[in-house]
Design a protein. Sequence first.
Length: 317
Amino acid sequence: MRSRCYVLWFSMLLVVAQVAASRFSVQAQAGRAAPGESAQAASYTPAAANLASRQAFQDSKFGLFIHWGVYSVLGDGEWVMNNKKMTIAEYEKLPPQFNPTAFNAAEWVSLAKAAGMKYITITSKHHDGFAIFDSKTSDYDIVDRTPYKKDVLKMLADECRKQGIKLYFYHSQLDWHHPDYFPLGQTGHASGREAQGDWYRYLDYMDNQLRELCTNYGEIGGIWFDGWWDKPTADWRLDKTYKLIHDLQPKALIGSKAIPLHRLHLILRYAVAILVTAAQSVLSQCQVLLRGFPSQLSCLHLILCHSISVVVTQAEK
């Protein structure tokens, strides 16, 4: 019984800390620029349509986040290139093997809708640099490098629009493949890239792909960025990038993964995983705990939800 109380109190502490952090984050964003942002980005005044989109997202609460790319050929996740220390030459052998002939956008969207989800977020390009949409900026994409030769994002966008599901695009700022992502950051050091490159040429490349995403797929819900933490002191030119997105998609929301939360994710994940071994009834305790914070659930960061899911998954085994 004592061990169960420890887990419950620790879980409560995580929830309270995350809610406080979420509120602090909102207040901080209103008053100053995040790392890599300029004063111009910090002083951005959202249009009425954008504010309405924010409220709609808060009201949606439940959505589907899809990570999908050529790494699935290996039966592994999106970090396999970095974790297995694969070179670009080795990784480029994967696209010719990627042929998802069973992909059915209608089934995917219908499944999400039937579960009560209101939106879908899917990876347009992850850290491996491979685009799963038809990019004219580069041929390192699903249409030009795979036998499938179809734009899955276009099919998904059309189906989401048909079934009334909002579509968001995850897009990695970090790129282990592009030669101009230089100097290297904290990851991707085994890729075999030459120690040279033009950083601002890479940012132009990234903006050009974002222009495609904001132009060729109808109205989108927003862009979920990830990767600037790889080079937190670099000039990411976010004011220009954000303006590009809002000029093309005034209603679109822009999110970005932050360094502290990225590292906190690992701490929470393993701390909770260790504690769960002392209390097999943690699943029911989490359910009771969450019912005690109904008004705060929309404030929980995804990493905390993932940490709780680790507890639930291990408790059910």
